[in-house]
Design a protein around this ligand. Structure first.
Ligand SMILES: [Fe+2]
Ligand SMILES: [Fe+2]
Length: 474
């Protein structure tokens, strides 16, 4: 399963054995590079960036670190090794041999699932395109580029599946993935959160903490798929994804640490005074968390979903850690509770578990987010700061699903529209909040230096020393 870097397209799928597929992907490759030049990180050409590149799919030691000249990053196709005699782990085909070809009757459904996942990958690169110009340090700039090149590779992972298993339709989808643009009114990306702006590094860290984590849960559900090439593709993507979540969690942690330091120095929690010191006050960080969390929750779709039920019954998309769950993996009689607004209250109702799979995945995701928030609060507590961050209620500020028509406060109270309007500026970032955050986004590219609003990381990438030159400009 070694990765062959001598090939034009590095891969561990024996691409050279399938000339037609190889040709099709080599035809797509320059179009991908055109897209990267147009929509990838602005002004990154020719920088030497200290990046990790996948060199094998072995869980211990799969990556190599070294300087890469930016557009020369070797994007490739890497699948985890096939598991011998793998069986479909859930749904109506549970116990049958996993498929190495697309089952004819599921073809269009599976294609849609792969395209929807694939679309998020270039979308996030587009959203993050300008952030390099206001990077808080070389360390952070390098992390941004690492995330960007890997999202590009995730697009490769999905385009490989489309080309290899969906013929001409798949090739057309591969082209369309390079044509949509995040936030474009005429040809937007498929999912809402991927059309939002990521204009500053607080948003970027919230995005990588929250929205990349949605990616983790979607990929984990696809990693259970009965369609084995999809399972093997997404398993390797998950290995890379862990770093993106790390960037988000430690990024917010470092912003909080810096704010807490200044709160202690100045003996104040007055947002205005803190803002004048060039840091981001905790209430503003809380509002960004509220916004990004609610927008990301919408990515899981409607609470009650016959699509999700079909995906599961077909054996295409499982639950989080499906194989570790102790039940029949068919969910024929199981139920799952769903919260919904009834008049002035939120009421839990039981639904067939098969129809509630989106909600279940969302709940798994929320638990994972809470873990990160608890770690941030520990940082604050250690520094003697009493304020805590909280995840808003899952019904807060939702645009999709049962809460879409309601107005719900961060602590889960049903509000009138007038009450919502009166308070919303306390809960989601205002124009003034955005302006303050933007005002502290000063570019810092001297090795070992950090912008005013963020503390240095506890450790360097690949244990590099403080002051390491992660990016060399030319
Ligand atoms: Fe990704
Ligand atoms: Fe990611």
């Amino acid at each position: 399963m070694a990765i062959n870097y001598a090939d034009k397209i590095p891969n561990n799928v024996d691409l050279a054995e399938n000339k037609q597929l190889q040709r099709a992907l080599e035809h797509w490759q320059p179009k991908y590079l055109d897209w990267w030049r147009e929509m990838g990180p602005e002004s990154s050409v020719n920088h030497d960036v200290y990046l990790r590149t996948a060199v094998s799919v072995d869980a211990k030691g799969w990556a190599e670190f070294g300087y890469v000249k930016m557009p020369d990053y070797r994007w490739g196709i890497f699948l985890t090794p096939p598991e011998k005699d793998r069986l479909v782990p859930f749904g109506s085909h549970k116990g049958e041999h996993a498929w190495n070809e697309v089952p004819g009757e599921y073809r269009s459904t599976l294609r849609r699932i792969i395209v929807t996942q694939g679309d998020t990958e270039p979308a996030s690169v587009e959203q993050q395109r300008l952030l390099g110009q206001i990077c808080p340090s070389l360390y952070d700039l390098r992390n941004l580029y690492q995330v960007n090149v890997e999202e590009g590779r995730h697009l490769w992972a999905m385009v490989y599946l489309l080309h290899a298993y969906f013929g001409r339709d798949g090739r057309e989808e591969g082209e369309a993935l390079l044509e949509r643009r995040s936030g474009d009114a005429d040809k937007p990306r498929i999912l809402g959160a991927f059309n939002e702006k990521t204009p500053d590094w607080l948003s970027f860290f919230m995005f990588t903490f929250l929205t990349d984590r949605d990616g983790k849960y979607q990929l984990a559900a696809l990693a259970e798929s009965g369609f084995d090439p999809l399972a093997r593709s997404t398993r390797f993507m998950l290995t890379e994804e862990a770093h993106h979540l790390f960037v988000g969690e430690t990024g917010i942690g470092r912003i909080l640490q810096r704010t807490a330091e200044v709160m202690n120095e100045q003996k104040t929690d007055d947002p205005e005074k803190l803002r004048r010191c060039g840091v981001i006050d905790i209430p503003t960080i809380q509002k960004y968390l509220n916004f990004h969390f609610s927008v990301t929750l919408d990515l899981y779709g409607s609470e009650v979903s016959s699509n999700a039920s079909n995906f599961f019954q077909m054996g295409l998309k499982g639950r989080f850690e499906e194989e570790k769950l102790k039940d029949d993996h068919r969910l024929s009689d199981a139920e799952y509770p769903i919260l919904e607004p009834v008049g002035e209250r939120l009421v839990e109702k039981h639904h067939p578990a098969l129809l509630a799979l989106n909600e279940r995945l969302r709940d798994d995701y929320i638990k994972d987010c809470q873990g990160g928030v608890d770690r941030w609060n520990k940082t604050l507590e250690k520094m003697g700061v009493k304020t805590k961050l909280t995840l808003p209620h899952k019904a807060f500020h939702r645009k999709i699903g049962v809460f879409a028509e309601s107005h719900i406060s961060p602590d889960g109270k049903v509000l009138s529209e007038a009450d919502w309007t009166r308070h919303s500026s306390d809960w989601v970032p205002t124009k003034a909040d955005h302006e303050h955050v933007q005002s502290v986004m000063k570019r810092e590219v001297e090795p070992g230096k950090y912008a005013s609003y963020i503390a240095p990381p506890a450790r360097g990438i690949n244990n590099q020393p403080h002051g390491f030159e992660y990016v060399k400009f030319h």
